[in-house]
Design a protein around this ligand. Sequence first.
Ligand code: KG4
Ligand code: ZN
Length: 348
Amino acid sequence: MASQMSEKRLFWANDYSILGIETSCDESAASVVRANTVLSSVISTQGQIHSGFGGVVPELASREHERVIISVIDEALKRARISNPSREIDAIAVTKGPGLMGSLLVGVAAAKSLSLAWGVPLVGVDHMEGHIFASSLETYPAELPAMVLLVSGGHTQLIYVSGPGSYQLVGTSIDDAAGEAFDKVARLLGLGFPGGPAIDLASRQVEGDFIRFPRAMLNKGYDFSFSGLKTAVLNYLETNKVASPELVAASFQEAVIDVLVKKTFAAAKAYGVKSVVLGGGVAANSRLRHEVSLAAQEMGIRSAIPAPIACTDNGSMIAAAGAYRLAVEGPSDPAFGVEPSAMLKYYE
Ligand code: KG4
Ligand code: ZN
């Protein structure tokens, strides 16, 4: 088994064929990754099911995972041209947390059953480590050390990465996550769920002249706060009944991205990193991607920004992180349980 870990890049590869399974929230996803190449990636999204509720309904999410998970895995194997998984798949990686309890249980139960049936090792993966590893599947994995901005529906974190598995938490949200703020503001504006893509799209119709919403804690350390911004949007809508939803959406987006980019690059400078990495669903945002690559160019460092489909939840990122965990820790005990509130292990 050949394996390699680069000292200089956020990259881990071996010649394993790994089936990655992800069901932590509202995407049922499976992927086959071989030697850092994505052979297939199938994602069944539940957006429509939850759109009327303005957020993910946990029970509906787990029932939908249960309904589709086998066909999603089957399709991922077919697209990767795997006809005999017990011979052609070397390991199964599955998200063990953080996420919704019922949703996680569906993916983990499927992974445990297949591991037993095929006689292949199983490894439980931290979802956030998956988001970090998404960038390792790109053509040019990030140069190390790197500052990773992880922005999803449940997290907003700045993480200093000196090597695979070596993470230092630099900043985090003290209230709402960035994605949560996008979803809540989209709901206020009647733009549907998930809110991030809807706000991204609406904002493209607006050029400049934004409403000046507050930028909380802009020059105060590396932590984030977005709940005040959400309240400012609500207050604005109450006093401006005929406000253009597109203008409000774009102005809100501008405020979030301004804070994310300024703090990320302040941290990048302070920690002397060689690259800035994006991960998590909000990293699919077109404005954030643009601003981060510009700021990196200005600073003379690299930016590693995975394709939008690799930023939102998917099975490939779990397979990539699983390859690393398997190599350094070996397979998980098959009795392992889901961890809805799991926290990545950081060093001080
Ligand atoms: O990483 P992810 O797929 O799931 C979690 O682990 O939470 O992130 C989902 C979040 C949602 O809040 C969604 O609104 C947001 O990512 N999102 C976006 C965009 N696409 C997804 N936010 C801003 N702009 C986007 N284009
Ligand atoms: Zn995620």
